[in-house]
Design a protein. Structure first.
Length: 180
């Protein structure tokens, strides 16, 4: 019976012979193998340990970020005297989370946003002229015999608004009409 170790040694002998042949072919082509002596490093290497240059660069970057935030906070503080959070966000082009975070870190309070919310709600509704123009478009679809769905979809007017206009301007739509 042949032991496992003996079969492994024989397999490795074949590999050694193959490598020796490759080495001879390499030398036959006029090339040589260089063996470089390397001494192990005396200091323990750790990629997470910061060097002095890295520490200085991080400190400079942190100071720059802090200066940028202080400048941003000064601008937010100035705008907060006369504006609500939403208006400051629109003015500065920042998200609400960013503005509120800056305000929290620098103890900035904003003007109440109730007036701005009221204005935003009022701006949602179209003017009388726009309503009349869109009602005329819906009436044209109605005169062609189109259904309400067809008129709302193809006129570019939202369904809820189209329903309100049809009701307010008494535009008669057929129960079943052109759908395409």
């Amino acid at each position: 019976m042949i032991s496992n170790e003996l079969s492994t040694i024989r397999e490795k002998d074949a590999d050694r012979a193959w490598l020796a042949k490759l080495e001879q072919d390499f030398h036959a082509r006029g090339r040589r193998i260089e063996v470089v002596d390397r001494a192990p490093s005396t200091t323990a290497f750790c990629p997470y340990t910061a060097t002095k240059a890295q520490t200085k660069a991080r400190a400079v970057k942190a100071m720059q970020v802090q200066a940028d935030e202080l400048a941003l906070a000064a601008r937010v503080r100035e705008l907060a005297k006369t504006m609500a959070v939403r208006a400051v966000c629109l003015e500065m082009g920042l998200t609400r989370t960013t503005v509120r975070g800056i305000a929290e870190r620098h103890r900035i309070s904003f003007k109440s946003g109730k007036e701005d919310a009221r204005k935003a709600n009022q701006q949602r509704y179209a003017s009388i002229q726009e309503d009349a123009r869109d009602a005329a478009r819906l009436r044209a679809y109605s005169d062609l015999g189109a259904s309400f769905n067809h008129a709302a979809n193809h006129s570019g007017i939202g369904r809820t608004r189209a329903e309100r206009l049809a009701r307010e301007f008494a535009i008669p739509f057929k129960k079943r009409g052109k759908t395409a």
